[in-house]
Design a protein around this ligand. Structure first.
Ligand code: PDD
Length: 284
């Protein structure tokens, strides 16, 4: 790979980019991130990602490394310099490098890193097959609303899913599904209602979720925001997940049991089309 990446003010070939071994992102997972998708060389849902980044930084008392205008310019430069047509841009901000101490350093300079990942998102084969998920206990920390880089448990859960022959895991707490390892979770009931967990510290406030719910409501789809159980999901007509990395994608199986017909259904397919059409109209 010969990517040009961005690190602390510089565009560099990836092999020349580095950060300090004292960086608090490395030592304490003291960092936050965003993933923005790119379609036809354009940024999808970008203002939402900027807003959530500002919120994550604020919740952790971290300095903003640069202005929103500069962030947009960096994203655009990386798209241009890497000829990125379709894929993702990963952005990470950490509190910066300081001698190891649990107490936050007073005047560390934030570290900012961005890189591109080329990937077919729109015509991914998984869209036709649907995702198979297993359920695992949600053992993450209690501030899942902050998009931090402490992703070890989601990574372990995904490994467990892979070992079980599934694609992903849905996390369960107190009998209710919180979300997927790296996506928000939904069911479609026989009434046509979409059910997805309400926003709180229990889940990440997905940007794709926010846009989809807005677009779907405008189309007259009824959305109910409340926790739902694994049993409810098994009785649902359809189920799906959303994230910047997959937009809206069908879930066809939970713990080896089929949902509805066991195949991607029409409601999810329509929601995916609505999302892609409207999100492309707003892409920048
Ligand atoms: N993950 N929930 C969790 C735990 C996530 O990690 C993500 C995103 C989402 C969906 O958020 P959004 O719609 O803003 O992408 C929900 C990204 C894509 C990742 O970690 O790669």
């Amino acid at each position: 790979m010969n990517r040009i990446v961005y690190v602390n003010g510089k565009y560099l070939p990836e092999e020349e980019a580095s950060v300090s071994i004292f960086d608090r992102g490395f030592l304490f997972a003291d960092g936050v991130y965003e993933v923005t998708s790119v379609l036809e060389g354009k940024l999808i849902d970008f203002p939402g990602h900027l807003r959530r980044l500002a919120r994550s930084l604020n919740e952790l008392g971290m300095a903003k490394p640069c202005s929103d205008e500069e962030l947009l310019e960096i994203h655009r430069q990386l798209v241009a310099q890497n000829n990125l047509e379709e894929g993702m841009i990963y952005l990470q901000v950490t509190r910066g490098a300081a001698d190891r101490d649990f107490v936050f350093p007073k005047n560390a300079t934030p570290t900012i890193v961005l890189f591109t990942q080329a990937k077919k998102l729109r015509n991914s084969p998984k869209i036709n097959l649907g995702y198979k998920v297993i359920t695992v206990p949600d053992l993450r920390w209690k501030r899942r609303d902050i998009k931090t880089v402490q992703l070890l448990y989601p990574s372990m859960a995904k490994m467990e899913a892979t070992k079980a022959g599934a694609d992903d895991a849905w996390l369960v707490e107190d009998g209710y599904i919180t979300e997927g390892t790296s996506n928000n979770a939904y069911i479609v009931q026989s009434t046509g209602d979409i059910v997805t967990r309400n926003l709180s510290n229990d889940i990440l406030h997905g940007i794709t979720r926010a846009s989809l719910l807005e677009f779907a409501s405008a189309e007259g789809v009824r959305v109910v925001q409340r926790p739902f159980t694994v049993d409810e999901a098994l009785e649902a007509e359809e189920a799906f997940i959303t994230a910047a990395s997959l937009f809206v994608a069908p879930v066809v199986e939970i713990d080896g049991k089929p949902i509805g017909s066991g195949k991607p259904g029409p409601v999810v397919s329509t929601l995916r089309e609505i999302y892609l059409t409207k999100a492309m109209e707003k892409a920048i």
